[in-house]
Design a protein around this ligand. Structure first.
Ligand SMILES: Cc1cc2nc3c(=O)[nH]c(=O)nc-3n(C[C@H](O)[C@H](O)[C@H](O)COP(=O)(O)OP(=O)(O)OC[C@H]3O[C@@H](n4cnc5c(N)ncnc54)[C@H](O)[C@@H]3O)c2cc1C
Length: 518
């Protein structure tokens, strides 16, 4: 298969990037692949919304920039923060023009306040903003005939100089495995974009769907692309303690924005002991405070007291949370919601420039899998959908120029060999893959959670190496499957996180090593 642009991932980043390209030049051919159904990914689960300055009477770009820099704890790139905040409004308007609806109040966008924000500025659609955006983008993309979508196709490896006769430090597409046929396809492309989302499944409890296994990062790592800030893993303070259909369910920060209070098992409202902003302090502070209270009271969770939020607000603004809680016999607003922190967002990723291009020419990384400099050491709530929109726009403009430059000829791509690694016919037992995945998650959860120690990181290093050796052995002797691809990526990224975590000597944002605590 040969295409102008190969886009790996169909969340907000991949879809909006493709739409932008198609709107600029409908002749550009594109192949989009998604590991599961086109709708599955982190985007679909976003509840809170998008942080964009739109009420210029009360809010300003300056305030949003300041809030982002404070949350990022001195580790953001100020230039990136400035342009992302300033370009947000135009990107939001485009999203609305493409068919996304947001809640309004008296003909203006309804704005809410989330942790770390000094003003109400998060636009939303009830409490399932992401699902709504995802559906609108999928509808929009269907109108472009030059875009082909392959569902249930998983990226295995990027095609680089290593697979060709050239030495130009370029990416030439990717090898992809079809879930159904378990066969490996070569997709050559002039430009490749990784839009593969998050890595939450590295942890036992995560708000991300199970497919968030860091595949884009794993492939980029093997292609020797630089990755940074990986140990800055954001734990969302308030995930529902009970699992919903085997998954961790989020209670959006907007619920605290609407007035919910955190209480420990003694019924005490504890946040004022930790920060003057109380429940609306940035996520790292709230998550650590909750973890400390859980530990102190020897409990399994703390609770969100929602009694100050009336029933009408629950039904209108948070219908998803309201219904989910009701199914678990949590009757809102009367009953408190038991909550715990859960792995949520990776602030780091594939290092990219201001146009989302990585150091490997022709390879872009957009959205959650990238490290743009926006989030620093801690992402400000609702800034990630914003980042995806701004960077997919910038990347699209850059790619349009790049496609006009002299690129390798089609005959060059045709000479790149088909996948050669997969000559084994014996399948690895699914059970072993599952057990190794669980072991990996246990190591990450035990040693690379909210509180880390130097000794714990050393243990994690040793234990992860054992897992790595076994995964490598399996990979070298067995037929490649989807599960094996995921595990291979997970172990690579876990290893990288541990290595980078061991080299960090200062606590910042979400990174907290108890041995460096003042
Ligand atoms: C529960 C939850 C709530 C959130 N709430 C908010 C919020 O309110 N506001 C906010 O700004 N952010 C929020 N976030 C974060 C935000 O949703 C994500 O950062 C953003 O949606 C990521 O978009 P993306 O396009 O980069 O990746 P995703 O939406 O995760 O899409 C990833 C895509 O990559 C594909 N993919 C992955 N690996 C492969 C592979 N190997 N081969 C092929 N395809 C692959 C997947 O199939 C999927 O299509 C939330 C996240 C979660 C999990």
């Amino acid at each position: 298969m040969f295409t102008d642009v190969l886009i790996i991932g169909t969340g907000i980043s991949g879809l909006s990037f493709a739409i932008k390209l198609a709107l600029n030049d409908p002749k550009i051919s594109m192949v989009l692949i998604s590991k599961d159904q086109v709708s599955e990914g982190n985007t679909k689960y976003a509840q809170g919304g998008i942080a964009v300055v739109s009420d210029f009477q009360k809010d300003s770009f300056q305030k949003h920039i300041k809030d982002t820099l404070i949350a990022g704890d001195g580790a953001c790139d100020p230039e990136v923060v400035k342009f992302v905040v300033e370009e947000g409004k135009d990107r939001l308007e485009e999203l609305i023009n493409w068919g996304t609806q947001f809640d309004t109040q008296q003909e203006n966008l309804h704005l809410v306040k989330e942790g770390g924000h000094s003003e109400k500025r998060v636009v939303h659609y009830k409490d399932h903003t992401g699902l709504h955006i995802q559906q609108a983008l999928i509808n929009k993309i269907k109108s472009f005939p030059n875009i082909k979508i392959l569902e249930n196709h998983t990226l295995v490896d990027l095609i680089t100089d290593h697979h060709s006769s050239k030495k130009s430090n370029r990416c030439y597409g990717a090898y992809v495995i079809s879930k159904e046929k378990e066969s490996i396809l070569k997709i050559n492309a002039k430009i490749t974009a990784l839009c593969t989302g998050g890595n939450g499944s590295l942890y036992a409890h995560s708000t991300n769907p199970a497919i968030a296994t860091g595949d884009g990062l794993g492939a980029a790592y093997r292609a020797k692309v630089h990755m940074d800030k990986l140990p800055y893993v954001q734990f969302h303070p308030t995930a529902l303690f009970h699992q919903v259909n085997g998954n961790t369910f989020l209670i959006t920060e907007a619920v605290r924005g609407a007035g919910a209070k955190l209480r420990n098992s003694l019924g005490e409202r504890f946040m004022s002991k930790y920060d003057v902003r109380k429940e609306l302090a940035p996520r790292d502070i709230v998550a650590r405070a909750i973890q400390r209270e859980i530990h102190k009271q020897k409990e399994k969770f703390v609770t969100l007291d929602c009694s100050d939020i009336d029933l009408e607000t629950w039904e209108k603004r948070f219908p998803n949370i309201y219904e989910t809680c009701l199914k678990l016999d949590i009757n809102l607003p009367k009953d408190p919601i038991p909550v715990v922190p859960a792995a949520h967002y990776f602030c780091g990723g594939i290092q990219v420039n201001h146009k989302s291009e990585s150091k490997l020419k022709g390879l872009y990384a957009i959205g959650e899998c990238s490290s743009t400099g926006l989030h620093g050491a801690n992402r400000l709530a609702s800034n990630s959908l914003l980042e995806a929109l701004v960077f997919s726009h910038r990347a699209a403009l850059d790619v349009i120029i790049a496609l006009k430059k002299t690129l390798p000829k089609k005959s060059f791509y045709e000479a790149i060999p088909e996948w050669i690694g997969d000559t084994y016919s014996n399948s690895v037992e699914i059970k072993e893959i599952r057990l190794l995945r669980l072991r990996l998650q246990e190591v990450m959860t035990n040693y690379l959670g909210i509180f880390k120690t130097t000794e714990g990181l050393k243990k994690a290093d040793v234990e992860m190496f054992e897992i790595y050796k076994r995964v490598h052995e399996i990979y070298n002797q067995h037929k490649l499957t989807n599960g094996l691809c995921e595990l291979r990526n997970m172990v690579s990224i876990a290893h990288l996180i541990i290595q980078q975590a061991q080299s960090i000597t200062e606590n910042k944002g979400v990174f907290y090593n108890q041995d460096y605590a003042k």
